[in-house]
Design a protein. Structure first.
Length: 278
């Protein structure tokens, strides 16, 4: 049985679909976790799901996703592309922002090699280099501060320790030249299509050191992916970013538990494991 946030996302998607004459008689829920993805014929509606608990204004993130994806599409980089007719949005229905995307047929499962993921990410980075729009400058550091402010009380006495740990980790991040990043460059955000690897989900894009994206890639796909990326990067140089990523995962589990209370135990166990390491 779908939870209330999935039902709300589907209802918002259908309302926007009806507004633009899309086929809404048989909506298909493709995904329901961070975002609720609803297929309406040739279009996929994207509505915030769990991210509603993490972000003060989810529409800002959805608008960024559309703008970055449009920029990359115009430069012939293979990404899931926003619609133009109807416009991609964000649109609003029942108080929720909704964006619209071309349905992209893809192969299920992890069928891309680490090399394919890494080289396609490099193409994304190259095409983002001249992105003219404004982007956040602190990325995951800022987002973590927000998460701890919003969900710290659910972590009890651990919240002050995590805030202190965040400031320690942030203080030692390399001050490399900032550049537009994907922001969440793991294999779950790239799909295998007939035309090749196709990236999606640019909500978390920010302007920061390349090491952040490469650390996420390395943590997910290992040394073979890192060695395939066209840059001379030693795994040891990524440790400050890996530390930030590990920290980020802890409060995010508490965000998930806000929506899915049955997963509270997972969040508490992850917190205990993390505290034992610091």
């Amino acid at each position: 049985m779908a939870d209330e946030h999935t039902r709300a996302g589907v209802a918002a998607a259908i309302a926007v679909g009806d507004r633009f004459g899309l086929p809404t008689g048989d909506p298909g829920v493709l995904h329901f976790k961070s975002n609720v993805l609803v297929r309406l014929g040739p279009v996929v509606a994207r509505v915030p799901g769990t991210t509603r608990f993490a972000r003060p204004d989810p529409a800002e993130w959805l608008a960024r996703d559309v703008a970055l994806s449009k920029h990359l599409t115009e430069r012939d980089v293979l990404v899931v592309s926003p619609t133009t007719d109807p416009p991609a949005g964000p649109h609003f229905a029942n108080g929720l922002p909704v964006t619209l995307w071309h349905y992209t047929h893809h192969e299920p499962g992890d069928t891309l090699s680490p090399r394919e993921v890494a080289t396609s990410l490099a193409r994304v980075h190259a095409a983002l280099a001249d992105y003219p729009g404004g982007l956040p400058e602190l990325g995951p550091v800022h987002d973590l501060r927000v998460l701890l402010d919003r969900h710290g009380p659910s972590m009890g006495d651990a919240a002050p320790r995590l805030r202190k740990e965040l400031e320690r980790v942030a203080a030692v991040l390399p001050a490399d030249e900032p550049r537009p990043l994907h922001g969440d460059a793991h294999r779950g955000n790239v799909i295998a299509t007939a035309a090749g690897p196709c990236w999606l989900d640019f909500e978390d894009t920010w302007r920061g050191p390349l090491g952040w994206d490469l650390a996420v890639l390395y943590a997910d796909l290992g040394a073979s992916a890192l060695s395939a990326y066209p840059a001379d990067v030693a795994p040891s140089s990524l440790e400050p970013f890996l530390a930030l990523r590990r920290l980020f995962e802890v409060p995010w589990r508490f965000v998930i538990a806000q929506r899915f209370p049955e997963r509270r135990g997972e969040a508490e166990a992850a917190l205990e494991r993390y505290l034992q390491r610091i």
